[in-house]
Design a protein around this ligand. Structure first.
Ligand code: F0G
Length: 407
């Protein structure tokens, strides 16, 4: 019903092989035989979840699941008005079990690990992948090893990896160094690699596209905006929309629009300079630690997704990211981590530049929850006001505060 296929040389591999990239070095895709898949919109009634779309997922055993997916698609009218847009939605992936979209990939990836009889799972991570792998490893009863860039992982994510029992290694280096190491470790030790270079993980993440179309009444938006780090998610979501179009469920694939931080933007540079490959950045830096990545492993897929869909890529500054995070939180009540806010910052910038039309129906994906990075919140928000425990002190502080804010 499906096989793995190299996106460069089209060499095929059986689904029983443990393989992450082609012998030619190209990335692999999971390719389905649609003549074997009998599915109609009627078969997709019922509540949203990753496993609702099981007919389009490459596993046969009982899933290792914590009820991932089914995340809200919020209309954000106040924010849209502020940006001068008519119809904007936020797909809040921070509402997944571990607080990020990674759970969609891990429920499928860890289930696949069991199907392939793997005994240990491993990843490198800027934080969220490690949290999710620790949780799904625990759920599956399989040991997890995670390699993190030392000092650059938000506390909430580190706490999850530690509490759920992963072996946590803090690497003196950045994410790109950690990914190189974990790939070598997996090859040597036979651990199952669950970074997004693993095509099965991306199959779980493509359900973001399925859910958005489902939530919009089997329609695709005109444009999808999301943060880009290792460039797996943009590739996965594009694949999801393309599959829906091939199945005749939707008429158009949205313009895939990737946002990177100014200090870590190899994909944006390749798009802007019309290059066929990215030039890695040796020293990526941004407040959005989740996307602090200089050599995205899925760049080839992401460049194709952006170009084939007629999308674009743009950078945002750390200040723009922090402003967007505040806006989303205070105008709409949606709390996201800095990397996720880059999709909102990117929307504003691209509207200002006249690249996004104000009539477009846009979905911004917010990839991780605010609570993942509470240390950052304390750095960018006013401190709590400490006062005596008396009503006078409370009133004085409240009214002083309201007056100061002009209310
Ligand atoms: N947003 C958040 C919150 C993330 O954690 C990541 C990636 C991205 C966006 C970018 O997604 O890599 O598919 O382009 N985090 C990875 C990790 C790298 O290790 O948690 P991508």
């Amino acid at each position: 019903m499906y096989h793995l296929e190299c996106i460069e040389c089209h060499r095929k591999y059986s689904e029983t092989e443990v393989i992450y990239t082609c012998t030619c070095g190209g990335l692999l895709d999971v390719v389905y035989d649609y003549s074997d898949i009998q599915i109609t919109k009627k078969d997709l009634k019922g509540s949203l979840s990753v496993w609702k779309y099981r007919a389009l997922l490459p596993v046969s055993r009982k899933p290792i699941s914590l009820k991932e997916g089914g995340t809200p698609l919020y209309p954000v009218e106040r924010l849209a008005k502020d940006i001068d847009m008519k119809e904007v939605y936020v797909k809040h992936e921070g509402m997944n079990p571990t607080g990020s979209f990674k759970d969609r990939g891990m429920t499928v990836g860890v289930t696949k690990a069991l199907e392939l009889n793997m005994k240990t799972v491993a990843c490198a991570s800027t934080g969220n992948t490690s949290a999710s792998l620790a949780v799904y490893g625990a759920r599956a009863g399989v040991p997890a090893v995670v390699l993190l860039p030392s000092g650059k992982v938000a506390l909430g994510k580190l706490a999850q990896a530690l509490m759920h029992g992963a072996k946590v290694l803090s690497i003196r280096g950045n994410f790109d160094d950690a990914l190189k190491l974990v790939r070598a470790l997996c090859d040597r030790e036979g651990f199952y690699l669950l970074n997004s270079v693993n095509p099965y993980r991306l199959e779980g993440q493509k359900t973001i596209a399925f859910e958005i179309a489902d939530q919009l009444g089997w329609q695709a938006p005109d444009r999808l905006i999301l943060p880009v780090g290792n460039a797996g998610n943009i590739s996965a979501i594009y694949k999801g929309f393309r599959e829906l179009k091939d199945l005749g469920f939707i008429n158009n694939v949205p313009k895939m629009t990737g946002i990177q931080a100014e200090g870590a933007c190899p994909v944006v540079a390749a798009i802007k300079n019309n290059e066929s490959m990215i030039t890695p950045e040796a020293r990526p830096e941004t407040v959005a630690t989740a996307i602090r990545i200089g050599n995205p492993v899925n760049a080839a897929k992401a460049l194709a997704a952006i170009r084939e869909s007629g999308g674009t890529a743009e950078t945002v500054s750390d200040d723009e990211i922090i402003r967007a995070q505040h806006e989303l939180a205070s105008l709409e009540g949606i709390g996201v981590e800095p990397a996720s806010a880059s999709s909102i910052a990117g929307l504003r910038k691209l509207v200002d530049l006249g690249i996004i039309d104000t009539d477009e129906k846009v979905v911004c994906v917010t990839t991780g929850h605010l609570l993942k990075d509470s240390e950052h919140v304390l750095n960018v928000c006013p401190k709590p006001i400490e006062i005596d425990a008396t009503i006078e002190a409370v009133r004085k502080a409240v009214f002083y505060r309201l007056k100061a804010e002009g209310i």
